[in-house]
Design a protein around this ligand. Sequence first.
Ligand SMILES: C[S@@+](CC[C@H](N)C(=O)[O-])C[C@H]1O[C@@H](n2cnc3c(N)ncnc32)[C@H](O)[C@@H]1O
Length: 286
Amino acid sequence: MLNDIVDVLADPADLTPLRGADDFTRLVSESGHSYDVAKQGYVTLAAGKGIGHEGDSLEMVNSRETFLSNGHFAPFVESVSDALADVVEGVAGDADPVILEAGAGTGYYLAHTLDLIQGARGVGLDVSVPAAKHLAKSHPRVGAVVADVWEQLPIRTGSIHALAVVFAPRNPAEFARVLVEGGEAVMLVADQGHLDELREPLGILGVEDGKIERLIAQSEGHLVPAAAPELIEYPMQLGRDAIAAQVGMSPSARHLDADVLQARLAELPEQMEVTARAQLIRMRKA
Ligand SMILES: C[S@@+](CC[C@H](N)C(=O)[O-])C[C@H]1O[C@@H](n2cnc3c(N)ncnc32)[C@H](O)[C@@H]1O
């Protein structure tokens, strides 16, 4: 809930602290700005003209929920949660740790992590309102925030013990700003070969070359690698419904015509082995 994490939230306009007002129906900042809490429990924290883009649609969020709830990415969630637990153990001391997930989607990774780390609190941040509605319900210790990762994050400087980014956009300068000393960003990045068996038959987007190298180069001056990248690769057995859900939750959902996709899905075998492949990257402040 938002009241559990309001102590790490900041006014997107000027980063002054926020607090709950009127029974937490709004958050107000020291500088006098007010942000309404939606009845579904999330808050939109954007300065000036608001948020310029929408992120995942309701259909994409629902597809994601369907796919993830069937456990196909279980090895991914285990690795991310274990890494976050390891970070928190080293850095939080006696404090209840705070974990921020940027581009948190349905909250699958954050909720799993909070189950693993007793007393930890989670900030689920996503630019998508349908995602934020899910996030707000994903775990009793999650607070959901609609905000844009490309902007200044509405998070107090030096307040986050561990930060997670799973297949979502990254803002290394802001990640470094919000982390406590010794905190780390744990990022799961799709690697070449991920979902490869589906690319040709369905005409979906591939993973571009050199993604990890670019991530490290773009982080220069803000974040440095804290460990060697860890490859996570395993085969998934996916039926056609799971494949449809996987495509529906991915950027391919936006660029493929629905009828064309249906026709291509119908051509697939009932069940397929599909490779899941990603790199787990841990980075700390430079
Ligand atoms: C591929 S999904 C990953 C969601 C979640 N991490 C997971 O793996 O289940 C990417 C997420 O990032 C969000 N997103 C895209 N652009 C964003 C931005 N600029 N700021 C915040 N979130 C963004 C999308 O709405 C979506 O929920």
